[in-house]
Design a protein around this ligand. Structure first.
Ligand code: NAP
Length: 267
């Protein structure tokens, strides 16, 4: 028996990176996984490999969410695990400066539309289906950047902070309504995926140097892997976590455990 045997799971932004690793792990642990993404070719290819299904979904579109949730209800009858994972940092797209002084209002809105509106819509429409069956688990992708300030990615940090808070609202609302739906947020630190490409560059020597610089600031000494996050989703989506709702789970190799200027006795 897998840890999520027989469950129906939906992973947004599931074509690559953390979403893809999570889709594979949930499928290996017995779930039927529906992948959604705007990357149709990659999403379909992964879905063909692990079974389940693929739907194109731009998470910022309410009409597309309505279509996807109603297709899942028709085809699968229920939804047990919803991983609201899709998101952008705003640095790889042609969105201009992301610092709080120079970011354009349009760019600010665009990042919030995908990251924050995407999670809001997922919770709204996911809970509509889950409550009919008496429960489910919603896992929202925030970030370490939703807890600390990020000068070079202000809209990203703001949207992730709002996801952290909205998760707690959804958790309490569902508890009040006795829907049986749990809702928790994830806060990864530096996980090596394509989202890092604009920050690491493509030149092999430079890329390794930047990674070494990032790793120097991580207590465990290395960047995380998509599977590190996938295992947290597996736990929060399974029956092993039925008493857990409204939490924020950090997965950052220890970064947020301490402070850069911690007091130390001189040698
Ligand atoms: P990724 O490899 O870029 O994966 C994100 C996926 O979401 C991509 O397939 C992307 O497609 C898709 N996507 C973008 N906009 C979308 C939209 N409007 N609708 C649906 N899908 C969309 O990055 P990742 O690192 O796996 O990130 C997954 C999530 O983890 C993100 O929310 C990210 O903020 C969060 N996170 C990542 C880290 C990290 O260090 N990697 C740390 C903290 C939080 P495109 O390639 O076409 O954009």
């Amino acid at each position: 028996m897998g840890r999520v045997q027989g469950k129906i799971a939906l992973v947004t932004g599931g074509a690559r990176g953390i979403g893809a690793a999570t889709a594979e792990l949930l499928a290996a642990e017995g779930a039927t996984v529906i992948i959604t993404d705007i990357l149709e070719e990659e999403g379909k290819a992964l879905s063909d490999k692990i079974g389940g299904g693929f739907y194109p979904l731009d998470v910022s579109s309410e009409s597309q969410w309505q279509r996807v949730i109603s297709s899942i209800e028709k085809e699968f009858g229920r939804l047990d695990i919803l991983f609201n994972n899709a998101g952008i940092i705003g640095l790889s797209e042609d969105l201009g400066s992301q610092d709080p002084e120079n970011i354009s209002l349009e760019s600010w809105h665009h990042v919030h539309q995908i990251n924050l509106d995407g999670v809001f819509l997922g919770c709204k429409h996911g809970m509509g289906l889950m409550k009919k069956q008496g429960g489910g688990s919603i896992i929202n992708m925030s970030s370490r950047s939703g807890i600390v300030g990020i000068p070079g990615a202000s809209a990203y940090a703001s949207s992730k902070a709002a996801i952290r808070n909205h998760t707690k609202t959804v958790a309490l609302y569902c508890a009040e309504k006795k829907y049986g739906i749990r809702c928790n947020s994830l806060h990864p630190g530096a996980i090596l995926t394509p989202i890092w490409d604009p920050m690491l560059g493509t030149h092999p020597g430079t890329r390794e140097k930047i990674i070494a610089g990032i790793e120097a600031g991580i207590p465990l000494g290395h960047m995380g892997e998509p599977l590190d996050v996938a295992y947290a989703v597996l736990y929060l989506g399974s029956e092993e976590s039925t008493y857990i709702t409204g939490i924020e789970l950090t997965l950052d190799g220890g970064i947020l455990a301490g402070s850069a200027a911690s007091p130390q006795k001189a040698e």
